[in-house]
Design a protein around this ligand. Structure first.
Ligand SMILES: [Zn+2]
Length: 375
């Protein structure tokens, strides 16, 4: 029987340490009430008279960690594959590693079972802290706070994938800059609308999340177009990402698109009237607003005009053809504000830390006692 008591002792000690770092030390956040965008004037990231586009993909996995993680290609193969398709901005987002050969330095943070992942752009360093099991909103907020301190642009990766972030959570969390709405592992349009409806300025990013560039079903199944010149500087790219000068595309065909497809020639707000012009007709054009509701639809056209009402807090445009879906970042009333990190509920945080630490101490005491007696 000694082996049983010894195992129990180890289990208690493990639980004591695990709970201490993943539960006891997690603060209780005081989340703000969602406050939809408001104001008389509109913020439009696409205000330029004529829009110029450059293609981007910031979620690509190379072969790394000795082949332990899912990724098959070298950075040179990756760059060649994307450059062939005219992708100008390339970010290799290895798990927990800043690839020195990535043109845009970033990494994908997260090693938990729930796929709660974040893309960290231009990071100072890789953060290893994570909560391995299913995460509460407070644990997710703590991780965002940690990442916020070490990278200037934090993106919520693929929220729909295993429902890693729900729409309700994205409407309360603070400290993130954008949402990866389109991803081969799950598109998260409803979650995005929930975040936007809560007054969080979260531009769209769209990525194929490639693990093997030689698989034509993976490559460019989704991509982002930036409203900047392909020859723009990195500083211009940084500010364009923050400003929301992005359109997400989804390829509805099984292999990369090679034919021309509708792009946005103009997206303008004149007073309260939204004017949209495409480079070629789409089967349908839609305007989406607060709560993800459809505000306007136009069929078989390259133009759309919509007069915003006072109920419209944000507006974004979607275009559909048999080959592609396109989603613009939102135009919003007032300023493109993002929530700061929330404050703490001090009494609850205090009592939780004390209570959980006592529990961990008791478990450690029992575990230590069992091991001392039966070894
Ligand atoms: Zn991921």
């Amino acid at each position: 029987m000694h082996w049983l008591y010894r195992s129990l002792g180890f289990l208690c000690l493990f639980l004591a340490f695990y709970l201490l770092f993943t539960e006891a030390l997690i603060p209780v956040y005081d989340f703000e009430r969602p406050q939809p965008f408001h104001g008389k004037n509109w913020y439009n990231p696409f205000a330029a008279e004529t829009l110029l586009w450059s293609r981007a993909n910031f979620h690509i996995h190379s072969r790394t960690w000795g082949g332990l993680t899912n990724g098959y290609n070298t950075p040179a193969q990756i760059q060649a594959a994307y450059q062939k398709h005219g992708v100008h901005w390339i970010g290799i987002s290895d798990y927990q590693r800043i690839n020195p050969e990535s043109p845009i330095p970033l990494y994908e943070h997260g090693w938990n079972i729930g796929k709660v992942h974040q893309l960290c752009f231009w990071p100072e360093k890789v953060r290893w802290l994570d909560i391995p099991h299913g995460q509460s909103i407070h644990q997710k907020q703590l991780i965002l706070a940690l990442l916020r301190g070490s990278c200037p642009f934090v993106v919520i990766a693929h929220p729909r994938f295993m429902h890693s972030y729900t729409g309700e959570e994205l409407a309360r969390l603070g400290g993130y800059d954008a949402i990866e709405v389109l991803n081969r592992y799950g598109d998260s349009v409803a979650e995005w609308d929930s975040a936007l409806s809560s007054g969080q300025y979260a531009p769209i990013l769209a990525h194929d999340n490639v693990h093997n560039v030689e698989n034509p079903h993976e490559l460019l199944s989704r991509w982002t177009e930036m409203a900047i010149s392909p020859t723009a500087s990195i500083e211009t790219l940084k500010s364009a990402l923050k400003a929301g000068k992005t359109v997400g595309y989804k390829n509805r065909t099984p292999t990369p698109i090679t034919r021309p497809y509708p792009q946005f020639a103009r997206i303008q707000m004149r007073g309260d009237t939204l004017w949209v012009k495409l480079t070629q007709p789409a089967d349908s054009l839609r305007v989406i607003g607060q709560g993800g509701t459809v505000r306007a639809v136009a069929y078989h056209t390259d133009t759309l005009r919509y007069v915003a009402s006072f109920e419209d807090t944000y507006l974004r445009v979607e275009a559909y053809t048999p080959e592609i879906e396109a989603y613009t970042s939102p135009l919003v009333r007032g300023e493109p504000t993002r929530r700061f990190l929330p404050g703490l509920k001090m009494p609850q945080t205090f009592f939780k830390i004390i209570g959980m630490t006592l529990l961990c101490g008791l478990l450690a005491f029992i575990g230590g006692g069992l091991l001392g007696r039966y070894t």
